[in-house]
Design a protein around this ligand. Structure first.
Ligand code: HAM
Length: 426
Protein backbone atom coordinates (compact mmCIF):
# COMPACT_ATOMS: atom_id res chain seq x y z
CA UNK A 1 0.00 0.00 0.00
CA UNK A 2 1.54 3.35 -0.96
CA UNK A 3 1.64 5.92 1.86
CA UNK A 4 -0.49 8.32 -0.15
CA UNK A 5 -3.31 7.75 -2.57
CA UNK A 6 -5.51 10.23 -4.45
CA UNK A 7 -8.51 11.14 -2.24
CA UNK A 8 -11.59 8.93 -2.54
CA UNK A 9 -13.71 9.91 -5.51
CA UNK A 10 -10.83 11.61 -7.37
CA UNK A 11 -8.56 10.22 -10.09
CA UNK A 12 -5.26 10.88 -11.74
CA UNK A 13 -5.68 11.33 -15.47
CA UNK A 14 -2.65 9.38 -16.66
CA UNK A 15 -0.79 9.97 -19.94
CA UNK A 16 -2.43 6.95 -21.59
CA UNK A 17 -5.87 8.43 -20.91
CA UNK A 18 -5.01 11.92 -22.18
CA UNK A 19 -5.99 11.20 -25.82
CA UNK A 20 -9.57 10.55 -24.60
CA UNK A 21 -9.61 13.81 -22.67
CA UNK A 22 -8.18 15.77 -25.58
CA UNK A 23 -10.69 14.15 -27.95
CA UNK A 24 -13.66 15.12 -25.77
CA UNK A 25 -12.43 18.63 -24.95
CA UNK A 26 -11.66 19.36 -28.60
CA UNK A 27 -15.06 18.09 -29.72
CA UNK A 28 -16.72 20.36 -27.14
CA UNK A 29 -14.78 23.44 -28.20
CA UNK A 30 -15.34 22.65 -31.89
CA UNK A 31 -19.09 22.21 -31.54
CA UNK A 32 -19.43 25.28 -29.29
CA UNK A 33 -17.60 27.49 -31.77
CA UNK A 34 -19.74 26.12 -34.61
CA UNK A 35 -22.67 27.70 -32.73
CA UNK A 36 -20.80 30.94 -31.96
CA UNK A 37 -20.08 30.22 -28.28
CA UNK A 38 -16.91 31.67 -26.75
CA UNK A 39 -14.79 30.19 -23.98
CA UNK A 40 -15.01 31.54 -20.44
CA UNK A 41 -13.01 30.41 -17.43
CA UNK A 42 -14.05 31.18 -13.88
CA UNK A 43 -12.23 30.38 -10.60
CA UNK A 44 -12.52 26.90 -9.12
CA UNK A 45 -13.71 28.43 -5.84
CA UNK A 46 -16.27 31.12 -5.18
CA UNK A 47 -17.96 32.71 -2.16
CA UNK A 48 -20.14 30.03 -0.52
CA UNK A 49 -23.18 32.32 -0.71
CA UNK A 50 -23.06 32.20 -4.52
CA UNK A 51 -23.98 28.52 -4.53
CA UNK A 52 -26.33 28.72 -1.54
CA UNK A 53 -28.32 31.38 -3.37
CA UNK A 54 -27.80 30.18 -6.93
CA UNK A 55 -28.03 26.40 -6.70
CA UNK A 56 -30.50 26.66 -3.80
CA UNK A 57 -30.46 26.07 -0.04
CA UNK A 58 -32.82 23.11 -0.31
CA UNK A 59 -30.79 21.10 -2.83
CA UNK A 60 -28.69 18.05 -1.99
CA UNK A 61 -25.71 19.87 -3.46
CA UNK A 62 -25.89 22.74 -0.96
CA UNK A 63 -27.08 20.69 1.98
CA UNK A 64 -24.68 17.78 1.80
CA UNK A 65 -22.17 17.97 -1.01
CA UNK A 66 -20.18 21.19 -0.92
CA UNK A 67 -16.48 21.41 -0.17
CA UNK A 68 -16.58 24.55 1.96
CA UNK A 69 -13.68 26.11 3.83
CA UNK A 70 -12.69 29.35 5.47
CA UNK A 71 -9.68 31.16 4.10
CA UNK A 72 -7.14 32.90 6.33
CA UNK A 73 -9.26 36.05 6.40
CA UNK A 74 -12.30 34.08 7.61
CA UNK A 75 -14.20 34.28 4.32
CA UNK A 76 -16.30 31.22 3.55
CA UNK A 77 -15.38 29.80 0.14
CA UNK A 78 -16.59 26.70 -1.72
CA UNK A 79 -15.06 24.58 -4.47
CA UNK A 80 -17.54 24.98 -7.31
CA UNK A 81 -20.04 22.11 -7.49
CA UNK A 82 -21.16 23.27 -10.97
CA UNK A 83 -20.52 26.06 -13.47
CA UNK A 84 -23.79 27.88 -14.12
CA UNK A 85 -23.86 30.04 -10.97
CA UNK A 86 -20.24 31.10 -11.57
CA UNK A 87 -20.89 32.02 -15.21
CA UNK A 88 -23.92 34.11 -14.18
CA UNK A 89 -21.84 35.78 -11.46
CA UNK A 90 -19.26 36.67 -14.10
CA UNK A 91 -21.96 37.89 -16.52
CA UNK A 92 -23.19 40.30 -13.85
CA UNK A 93 -19.74 41.35 -12.62
CA UNK A 94 -18.49 42.22 -16.11
CA UNK A 95 -21.61 44.04 -17.25
CA UNK A 96 -22.29 41.53 -20.04
CA UNK A 97 -25.93 42.70 -19.98
CA UNK A 98 -24.65 45.65 -22.03
CA UNK A 99 -23.36 43.41 -24.80
CA UNK A 100 -25.64 42.35 -27.65
CA UNK A 101 -27.83 39.58 -26.19
CA UNK A 102 -27.72 36.66 -25.90
CA UNK A 103 -24.17 36.18 -24.70
CA UNK A 104 -23.06 32.66 -25.67
CA UNK A 105 -20.42 31.06 -23.47
CA UNK A 106 -18.81 27.65 -22.93
CA UNK A 107 -16.42 26.21 -20.37
CA UNK A 108 -14.84 23.01 -19.19
CA UNK A 109 -13.10 22.11 -15.99
CA UNK A 110 -13.23 20.31 -12.66
CA UNK A 111 -16.27 20.44 -10.36
CA UNK A 112 -16.46 19.17 -6.79
CA UNK A 113 -19.27 17.40 -4.96
CA UNK A 114 -19.03 15.32 -1.81
CA UNK A 115 -21.05 12.41 -3.18
CA UNK A 116 -20.88 8.68 -2.56
CA UNK A 117 -18.44 7.54 -5.25
CA UNK A 118 -19.56 4.77 -7.61
CA UNK A 119 -19.33 3.96 -11.31
CA UNK A 120 -19.63 7.29 -13.14
CA UNK A 121 -19.93 9.32 -9.95
CA UNK A 122 -16.95 11.10 -8.47
CA UNK A 123 -16.09 13.81 -5.96
CA UNK A 124 -13.89 15.66 -8.39
CA UNK A 125 -15.31 15.34 -11.90
CA UNK A 126 -15.20 17.40 -15.05
CA UNK A 127 -17.88 19.11 -17.04
CA UNK A 128 -18.14 20.65 -20.46
CA UNK A 129 -20.87 23.26 -20.27
CA UNK A 130 -22.55 25.96 -22.34
CA UNK A 131 -24.71 28.90 -21.29
CA UNK A 132 -26.72 31.35 -23.43
CA UNK A 133 -27.75 34.35 -21.35
CA UNK A 134 -30.11 37.14 -22.37
CA UNK A 135 -32.63 35.52 -24.71
CA UNK A 136 -36.04 34.30 -23.53
CA UNK A 137 -37.08 32.69 -26.83
CA UNK A 138 -37.71 28.96 -27.34
CA UNK A 139 -35.38 29.11 -30.36
CA UNK A 140 -32.47 29.32 -27.93
CA UNK A 141 -33.76 26.30 -26.00
CA UNK A 142 -33.79 24.35 -29.26
CA UNK A 143 -30.30 25.62 -30.13
CA UNK A 144 -28.94 24.43 -26.78
CA UNK A 145 -30.52 21.00 -27.20
CA UNK A 146 -29.29 20.76 -30.80
CA UNK A 147 -25.80 21.59 -29.57
CA UNK A 148 -25.90 18.92 -26.86
CA UNK A 149 -27.11 16.38 -29.38
CA UNK A 150 -24.45 17.32 -31.91
CA UNK A 151 -21.72 17.14 -29.24
CA UNK A 152 -22.64 13.52 -28.44
CA UNK A 153 -22.91 12.67 -32.15
CA UNK A 154 -19.52 14.18 -32.76
CA UNK A 155 -18.13 11.84 -30.11
CA UNK A 156 -19.81 8.91 -31.82
CA UNK A 157 -22.01 8.25 -28.78
CA UNK A 158 -25.22 6.85 -30.19
CA UNK A 159 -28.21 5.01 -28.74
CA UNK A 160 -29.15 7.92 -26.54
CA UNK A 161 -32.46 9.31 -25.38
CA UNK A 162 -33.47 12.90 -24.77
CA UNK A 163 -35.90 13.33 -21.91
CA UNK A 164 -37.55 16.71 -21.65
CA UNK A 165 -40.07 18.48 -19.45
CA UNK A 166 -41.21 21.97 -18.56
CA UNK A 167 -41.41 23.15 -14.96
CA UNK A 168 -43.42 26.21 -15.94
CA UNK A 169 -42.74 29.61 -14.43
CA UNK A 170 -42.11 30.38 -10.76
CA UNK A 171 -45.70 31.66 -10.49
CA UNK A 172 -47.04 28.32 -11.74
CA UNK A 173 -44.90 26.51 -9.21
CA UNK A 174 -46.93 27.23 -6.06
CA UNK A 175 -50.17 25.65 -7.21
CA UNK A 176 -48.19 22.76 -8.69
CA UNK A 177 -46.20 22.18 -5.49
CA UNK A 178 -49.43 22.32 -3.53
CA UNK A 179 -51.03 19.71 -5.81
CA UNK A 180 -47.99 17.47 -5.44
CA UNK A 181 -48.01 17.96 -1.68
CA UNK A 182 -51.64 16.94 -1.54
CA UNK A 183 -51.07 13.88 -3.73
CA UNK A 184 -48.14 12.58 -1.71
CA UNK A 185 -49.83 13.37 1.63
CA UNK A 186 -52.46 10.79 0.74
CA UNK A 187 -49.68 8.19 0.79
CA UNK A 188 -47.83 9.65 3.76
CA UNK A 189 -47.57 6.48 5.83
CA UNK A 190 -45.97 4.52 3.00
CA UNK A 191 -43.33 7.17 2.25
CA UNK A 192 -39.72 6.67 3.36
CA UNK A 193 -38.74 8.95 6.26
CA UNK A 194 -36.53 11.20 4.14
CA UNK A 195 -39.35 11.69 1.66
CA UNK A 196 -41.71 12.76 4.43
CA UNK A 197 -39.30 15.59 5.31
CA UNK A 198 -38.82 16.47 1.66
CA UNK A 199 -42.55 16.66 1.14
CA UNK A 200 -42.69 19.83 3.22
CA UNK A 201 -39.62 21.56 1.83
CA UNK A 202 -39.23 20.43 -1.78
CA UNK A 203 -42.12 18.26 -3.01
CA UNK A 204 -40.88 18.36 -6.65
CA UNK A 205 -37.84 16.34 -5.67
CA UNK A 206 -39.98 13.35 -4.76
CA UNK A 207 -40.67 12.89 -8.46
CA UNK A 208 -37.16 11.94 -9.52
CA UNK A 209 -36.29 9.85 -6.45
CA UNK A 210 -34.62 6.50 -7.05
CA UNK A 211 -36.66 4.93 -4.24
CA UNK A 212 -38.90 2.19 -5.73
CA UNK A 213 -41.99 3.21 -3.72
CA UNK A 214 -41.62 6.83 -4.86
CA UNK A 215 -41.03 5.78 -8.45
CA UNK A 216 -44.26 3.82 -8.32
CA UNK A 217 -46.16 6.82 -6.95
CA UNK A 218 -44.60 9.24 -9.44
CA UNK A 219 -46.48 7.61 -12.33
CA UNK A 220 -49.84 9.01 -11.22
CA UNK A 221 -48.55 12.23 -9.64
CA UNK A 222 -49.82 15.60 -10.94
CA UNK A 223 -47.86 16.86 -13.94
CA UNK A 224 -46.22 20.27 -14.16
CA UNK A 225 -47.41 20.58 -17.77
CA UNK A 226 -50.99 20.71 -16.47
CA UNK A 227 -50.20 23.67 -14.21
CA UNK A 228 -48.40 25.86 -16.72
CA UNK A 229 -49.55 29.39 -17.47
CA UNK A 230 -50.32 30.47 -21.01
CA UNK A 231 -46.90 31.89 -21.78
CA UNK A 232 -44.92 28.90 -20.62
CA UNK A 233 -47.31 26.63 -22.47
CA UNK A 234 -46.78 28.54 -25.72
CA UNK A 235 -43.00 28.43 -25.11
CA UNK A 236 -43.16 24.65 -24.56
CA UNK A 237 -45.24 23.95 -27.63
CA UNK A 238 -43.01 26.06 -29.83
CA UNK A 239 -39.94 24.27 -28.48
CA UNK A 240 -41.38 20.85 -29.29
CA UNK A 241 -42.17 21.95 -32.82
CA UNK A 242 -38.64 23.35 -33.22
CA UNK A 243 -37.26 19.99 -32.07
CA UNK A 244 -39.49 18.22 -34.58
CA UNK A 245 -38.02 20.57 -37.19
CA UNK A 246 -34.54 19.19 -36.45
CA UNK A 247 -35.58 15.73 -37.65
CA UNK A 248 -34.34 16.11 -41.25
CA UNK A 249 -30.85 16.83 -39.89
CA UNK A 250 -30.94 14.44 -36.92
CA UNK A 251 -33.37 11.63 -37.83
CA UNK A 252 -32.75 9.83 -34.52
CA UNK A 253 -33.40 12.86 -32.35
CA UNK A 254 -36.38 11.42 -30.49
CA UNK A 255 -37.47 13.16 -27.36
CA UNK A 256 -39.52 11.65 -24.59
CA UNK A 257 -41.65 13.97 -22.49
CA UNK A 258 -41.04 12.87 -18.92
CA UNK A 259 -43.07 14.64 -16.28
CA UNK A 260 -40.88 13.17 -13.52
CA UNK A 261 -37.87 15.10 -14.78
CA UNK A 262 -37.39 17.98 -12.32
CA UNK A 263 -33.55 18.27 -12.01
CA UNK A 264 -31.61 18.59 -8.78
CA UNK A 265 -30.83 22.32 -8.85
CA UNK A 266 -33.28 25.04 -7.80
CA UNK A 267 -32.65 27.66 -10.46
CA UNK A 268 -34.62 26.02 -13.27
CA UNK A 269 -37.88 27.17 -14.78
CA UNK A 270 -39.62 26.08 -17.99
CA UNK A 271 -37.46 23.77 -20.13
CA UNK A 272 -35.42 21.02 -18.44
CA UNK A 273 -33.80 18.10 -20.24
CA UNK A 274 -31.39 15.21 -19.83
CA UNK A 275 -29.68 12.92 -22.31
CA UNK A 276 -28.76 9.41 -21.25
CA UNK A 277 -27.88 6.09 -22.88
CA UNK A 278 -31.00 4.31 -24.11
CA UNK A 279 -30.60 1.31 -21.82
CA UNK A 280 -29.67 3.52 -18.89
CA UNK A 281 -29.60 2.55 -15.26
CA UNK A 282 -28.23 4.36 -12.22
CA UNK A 283 -25.79 7.23 -12.54
CA UNK A 284 -25.80 7.47 -16.26
CA UNK A 285 -27.00 10.91 -17.33
CA UNK A 286 -24.45 12.11 -19.85
CA UNK A 287 -25.63 15.65 -20.33
CA UNK A 288 -28.27 17.75 -18.60
CA UNK A 289 -29.54 21.28 -18.43
CA UNK A 290 -32.40 23.68 -18.71
CA UNK A 291 -33.66 27.22 -18.56
CA UNK A 292 -32.85 29.36 -15.52
CA UNK A 293 -34.56 32.70 -16.11
CA UNK A 294 -34.64 33.76 -12.43
CA UNK A 295 -30.96 33.07 -11.68
CA UNK A 296 -29.23 36.28 -12.77
CA UNK A 297 -31.65 38.36 -10.74
CA UNK A 298 -31.36 36.02 -7.74
CA UNK A 299 -27.62 36.69 -7.84
CA UNK A 300 -28.18 40.45 -7.76
CA UNK A 301 -28.07 41.34 -11.46
CA UNK A 302 -30.66 43.03 -13.65
CA UNK A 303 -33.00 40.26 -14.78
CA UNK A 304 -31.66 38.25 -17.72
CA UNK A 305 -33.04 34.89 -18.87
CA UNK A 306 -30.64 32.02 -19.48
CA UNK A 307 -30.39 28.41 -20.58
CA UNK A 308 -27.56 25.91 -20.81
CA UNK A 309 -26.36 22.37 -20.23
CA UNK A 310 -23.38 20.55 -18.80
CA UNK A 311 -21.99 17.13 -19.72
CA UNK A 312 -19.95 14.91 -17.41
CA UNK A 313 -16.67 14.16 -19.16
CA UNK A 314 -15.83 11.05 -17.12
CA UNK A 315 -19.14 9.52 -18.14
CA UNK A 316 -18.58 10.38 -21.80
CA UNK A 317 -15.14 8.79 -21.69
CA UNK A 318 -16.53 5.65 -20.03
CA UNK A 319 -19.02 5.54 -22.91
CA UNK A 320 -16.26 5.93 -25.51
CA UNK A 321 -14.31 3.09 -23.93
CA UNK A 322 -17.35 0.81 -23.73
CA UNK A 323 -18.11 1.46 -27.39
CA UNK A 324 -14.42 0.97 -28.24
CA UNK A 325 -14.46 4.20 -30.22
CA UNK A 326 -11.14 4.70 -32.02
CA UNK A 327 -9.42 7.77 -30.56
CA UNK A 328 -6.79 9.76 -32.46
CA UNK A 329 -3.47 8.94 -30.84
CA UNK A 330 -0.99 11.48 -29.59
CA UNK A 331 1.63 12.05 -32.29
CA UNK A 332 4.52 9.62 -31.84
CA UNK A 333 8.08 10.64 -31.04
CA UNK A 334 9.94 11.36 -34.31
CA UNK A 335 13.44 10.37 -33.30
CA UNK A 336 15.20 8.63 -30.43
CA UNK A 337 18.92 9.34 -30.40
CA UNK A 338 20.92 6.23 -29.63
CA UNK A 339 24.56 6.44 -28.67
CA UNK A 340 26.27 3.08 -28.18
CA UNK A 341 28.55 3.04 -25.16
CA UNK A 342 28.89 5.77 -22.61
CA UNK A 343 31.09 8.22 -24.51
CA UNK A 344 30.25 11.36 -26.38
CA UNK A 345 26.90 11.81 -24.69
CA UNK A 346 27.25 15.51 -25.52
CA UNK A 347 27.15 14.70 -29.23
CA UNK A 348 23.81 12.98 -28.66
CA UNK A 349 22.46 15.91 -26.65
CA UNK A 350 23.63 18.38 -29.32
CA UNK A 351 22.10 16.41 -32.16
CA UNK A 352 18.82 16.19 -30.24
CA UNK A 353 18.81 19.94 -29.51
CA UNK A 354 19.42 20.78 -33.19
CA UNK A 355 16.56 18.53 -34.34
CA UNK A 356 14.13 19.83 -31.72
CA UNK A 357 14.98 23.38 -32.77
CA UNK A 358 13.71 22.35 -36.22
CA UNK A 359 10.43 21.14 -34.75
CA UNK A 360 10.96 17.38 -34.44
CA UNK A 361 10.09 15.57 -31.23
CA UNK A 362 13.29 13.95 -29.99
CA UNK A 363 14.27 11.88 -26.95
CA UNK A 364 17.81 10.85 -26.07
CA UNK A 365 17.93 7.21 -24.99
CA UNK A 366 19.44 6.64 -21.54
CA UNK A 367 23.02 5.31 -21.40
CA UNK A 368 22.55 1.55 -21.62
CA UNK A 369 23.44 -1.21 -24.02
CA UNK A 370 22.58 -0.64 -27.66
CA UNK A 371 19.83 -3.27 -27.48
CA UNK A 372 18.32 -1.73 -24.40
CA UNK A 373 18.35 1.71 -26.04
CA UNK A 374 16.54 0.38 -29.12
CA UNK A 375 14.00 -1.35 -26.88
CA UNK A 376 13.47 1.96 -25.12
CA UNK A 377 12.91 3.66 -28.50
CA UNK A 378 10.33 0.98 -29.33
CA UNK A 379 8.53 1.52 -26.04
CA UNK A 380 8.04 5.18 -27.00
CA UNK A 381 6.62 4.12 -30.39
CA UNK A 382 9.26 6.31 -31.97
CA UNK A 383 9.45 6.51 -35.78
CA UNK A 384 13.24 6.49 -36.06
CA UNK A 385 16.35 5.71 -34.11
CA UNK A 386 19.26 7.99 -34.96
CA UNK A 387 22.29 5.87 -34.15
CA UNK A 388 25.52 7.76 -33.54
CA UNK A 389 27.98 4.87 -34.09
CA UNK A 390 31.71 5.55 -33.66
CA UNK A 391 32.67 4.70 -37.23
CA UNK A 392 29.90 6.81 -38.76
CA UNK A 393 30.68 9.72 -36.46
CA UNK A 394 34.29 9.73 -37.67
CA UNK A 395 32.98 10.32 -41.20
CA UNK A 396 30.45 12.97 -40.06
CA UNK A 397 27.59 10.51 -40.56
CA UNK A 398 24.94 8.67 -38.56
CA UNK A 399 22.52 5.80 -39.14
CA UNK A 400 18.80 6.45 -39.42
CA UNK A 401 16.81 3.33 -38.63
CA UNK A 402 13.03 3.27 -39.18
CA UNK A 403 11.37 1.56 -36.22
CA UNK A 404 7.92 1.11 -37.68
CA UNK A 405 9.08 -1.61 -40.07
CA UNK A 406 8.72 0.77 -43.00
CA UNK A 407 12.11 0.22 -44.61
CA UNK A 408 15.83 -0.35 -44.40
CA UNK A 409 18.16 1.71 -42.28
CA UNK A 410 20.28 4.24 -44.17
CA UNK A 411 23.26 6.42 -43.62
CA UNK A 412 22.67 10.17 -43.35
CA UNK A 413 24.99 13.17 -42.98
CA UNK A 414 25.11 14.25 -39.34
CA UNK A 415 23.47 17.48 -40.33
CA UNK A 416 20.17 18.58 -38.75
CA UNK A 417 18.68 19.81 -42.04
CA UNK A 418 19.46 16.53 -43.81
CA UNK A 419 18.11 14.40 -40.96
CA UNK A 420 14.98 16.51 -40.73
CA UNK A 421 14.45 16.14 -44.45
CA UNK A 422 14.87 12.37 -44.26
CA UNK A 423 12.48 12.04 -41.30
CA UNK A 424 9.71 14.29 -42.54
CA UNK A 425 9.78 13.15 -46.18
CA UNK A 426 10.00 9.51 -45.61
P1 HAM B 1 -26.01 18.49 -13.22
O1 HAM B 1 -27.13 17.66 -13.68
O2 HAM B 1 -25.81 18.62 -11.76
O3 HAM B 1 -26.23 19.93 -13.87
O4 HAM B 1 -24.67 17.97 -13.85
C1 HAM B 1 -24.53 17.85 -15.26
C2 HAM B 1 -23.78 16.58 -15.61
O5 HAM B 1 -22.54 16.52 -14.90
C3 HAM B 1 -24.48 15.29 -15.20
O6 HAM B 1 -25.44 14.91 -16.15
C4 HAM B 1 -23.33 14.31 -15.16
O7 HAM B 1 -23.00 13.87 -16.47
C5 HAM B 1 -22.20 15.17 -14.63
N1 HAM B 1 -22.05 14.97 -13.17
C6 HAM B 1 -22.74 15.56 -12.18
N2 HAM B 1 -22.31 15.11 -10.97
C7 HAM B 1 -21.33 14.21 -11.22
C8 HAM B 1 -20.49 13.40 -10.39
N3 HAM B 1 -20.54 13.45 -9.06
N4 HAM B 1 -19.59 12.58 -11.00
C9 HAM B 1 -19.49 12.55 -12.36
N5 HAM B 1 -20.26 13.29 -13.18
C10 HAM B 1 -21.17 14.11 -12.62
C11 HAM B 1 -25.39 20.99 -13.69
O8 HAM B 1 -24.32 20.93 -13.15
C12 HAM B 1 -25.90 22.26 -14.33
N6 HAM B 1 -24.93 23.34 -14.05
C13 HAM B 1 -26.11 22.07 -15.82
C14 HAM B 1 -26.59 23.33 -16.49
C15 HAM B 1 -25.87 24.21 -17.20
N7 HAM B 1 -27.83 23.79 -16.46
C16 HAM B 1 -27.90 24.92 -17.12
N8 HAM B 1 -26.69 25.19 -17.55
Amino acid sequence: MPAFRAPRGTSDILPEDQPYWAFVAEAGARVASRFGYRRIETPTFEPTRLFERGVGDETDIVQKEMYTFEDHAGESLTLRPEGTASVCRSYIQHGMRNLPQPVRLFYDGPMFRYERPQAGRFRQFHQFGVEAIGDPSPEIDAEIIEMGWMFLQELGISDITLRINSLGDPDDRDPYSAALGEYYSQHLESLPKEAQDRLKRAPLRLLDSKDPRLQELAGDAPRSLDYMGEESRAHWERLLSLLDGLKPVYPDLNYVVDHRLVRGLDYYNRTVFEIEPRDAGGQSTLLAGGRYDPLVEILGGDPAPGIGFAAGLERLILGLKEQETPIPETPPIDVVVVRPGDTERERAAQAAAALRARGLSVVVAPARSMRAQLRYADSLSAQYALILGDRELERGKATLKPLDGSGEQSEVALDPAAICEAVTHH
